[in-house]
Design a protein around this ligand. Structure first.
Ligand SMILES: Cc1cc2nc3c(=O)[nH]c(=O)nc-3n(C[C@H](O)[C@H](O)[C@H](O)COP(=O)(O)OP(=O)(O)OC[C@H]3O[C@@H](n4cnc5c(N)ncnc54)[C@H](O)[C@@H]3O)c2cc1C
Length: 385
């Protein structure tokens, strides 16, 4: 392992790896990524693969619009097919209040050029013929939303970063960070020490531990909650292209894998804060029931896999991203709740711009890590993930 680096990134999930890639792409050298287990082993390999621009606030819509541009071109840029597919996101709406909120959100999304729209239940059924539209009064649909393969996205960013000279150390845990007079001196790992002047905390559910190591004085509340997912045996490919979401059914979401045809998804049942990620029977029963309420044909499918992972949650479910003023050259990009996979391309580009150019035109102010101390939460009318 090298003993010196200009930048040490802690966390080998999609966020840490994409930051490493973007920094190297902008000409930064001497970058190291530390991952205490294997790449993607945190939340990223456990995610539901969804990528949407249908948010209810300006910042997340703009960030996701940029992310989708990058997702679309990722195969070209990183030289690896990440199975990005634009099958859309279809939100099923069951009452007038929900409809009003989504109408408002669609207007905001359209303002930024996201082509979402409100459609009738009949139109929703044209998109997914197997859909049960009982009680559905409308739906919100955006055909440019979609999904990608988290396993392939991690390897795409990792390989592209390595080609640009980034050193990635798996099974290497950051144990401490030495800071003197507000300046970072070194990162101590279980495999040795790395002298460095810059640390990026991309440790997601473990981010508070990294903040503590560096003596970050600001309170950035990020807590790990157990969320789960399932995958079914293959179904006729192409039956469920969009990610279907229903808040009436406790935030159930489901989509079909582009290549293998399994249906994957979950719902908003959560446990915690906890670092326990043992899957539960309560979830298995609950999600199976909700899947078959939305698509009755699914009740005949076998579940072949169930897993759990963390939503690293903040009080407003938006991440903490930015520079920490009290520790020179310490940055954080963590606490992504249920949408860090989709946001990674734009967030990592923004962090790299912030570091290399000293500024970014992307709305990182929204994710200001100091907002919690100021009591400025960014809550949304529709909160998914
Ligand atoms: C069931 C489920 C479904 C989800 N669905 C979606 C979805 O559809 N769309 C979406 O966008 N998001 C989804 N998410 C959320 C998404 O998975 C996360 O937001 C995203 O993966 C965060 O990426 P990350 O790189 O910040 O974190 P992680 O992937 O958790 O990476 C952080 C890494 O840091 C490492 N680390 C921690 N401490 C140390 C240390 N001291 N030294 C070295 N390494 C360390 C960890 O081992 C870990 O690998 C879902 C999550 C779950 C659990």
């Amino acid at each position: 392992m090298r003993s010196k680096a200009k930048t040490v990134i802690i966390g080998g999930g999609i966020i840490g790896l994409s930051i490493a890639y973007n920094l190297a792409k902008m000409g930064e050298e001497d970058i190291v990524v530390l991952e205490k287990s294997y790449l993607g082993s945190g939340s990223t390999f456990r995610c539901g693969s969804g990528i949407r621009q249908q948010f209810g606030d300006d910042a997340n819509i703009q960030m996701m619009k940029r992310s989708v541009e990058i997702w679309k071109n990722m195969e070209n840029e990183l030289g690896y097919n990440v199975e990005f597919e634009q099958g859309g996101y279809l939100f099923l709406l069951y009452d007038e209040e929900e409809l009003k909120t989504f109408e408002r959100n669609v207007k905001l999304q359209n303002k930024y050029g996201v082509p979402s729209r409100i459609i009738t239940p009949e139109e929703a059924k044209e998109i997914v013929p197997l859909l049960n539209t009982d009680g559905v009064i409308a739906a919100a649909f955006n055909h440019t939303d979609g999904k990608a393969n988290p396993f392939k996205a991690v390897f795409a960013y990792a390989n592209a970063a390595k080609k640009l000279g980034v050193d990635i150390y798996e099974y290497t845990e950051a144990k401490d960070i030495k800071v003197e007079d507000g300046k970072i001196k070194k990162v101590i790992t279980d495999k040795g020490e790395i002298e460095t002047g810059r640390v990026i905390n991309a440790a997601n559910a473990w981010a508070p531990l990294i903040n503590k190591m560096a003596g970050v004085p600001v309170d950035i509340p990020i807590h790990p909650y157990k969320h789960q997912g399932i995958k079914t045996e293959p179904f006729k490919i192409g039956e469920i292209n969009p990610m279907i979401v229903s808040f009436k059914h406790d935030g159930v979401y489901m989509t079909q894998e582009a290549n293998q045809g399994g249906i994957i998804g979950g719902y908003a049942l959560k446990y915690g804060p906890t670092y326990d990620i043992t899957p539960t029977y309560e979830f298995l029963r609950g999600v199976s029931y909700r899947f078959s309420q939305i698509i009755p044909a699914l009740k005949y499918l076998n579940v072949i896999r169930i897993w759990a992972g963390y939503y690293a949650e903040t009080p407003d479910d938006n991440a903490a991203i930015g520079r920490i003023n009290e520790v020179d050259e310490f940055y954080i990009a963590a606490g992504f709740s249920g949408h860090g996979f989709m946001l990674a391309p734009a967030v990592s580009e923004a962090i790299a711009e912030l570091i290399v150019d000293g500024k970014t035109s992307k709305p990182l102010w929204f994710y200001d890590p100091y907002r919690f101390e100021r009591g400025e939460l960014r809550e949304q009318a529709v909160q998914m993930g």
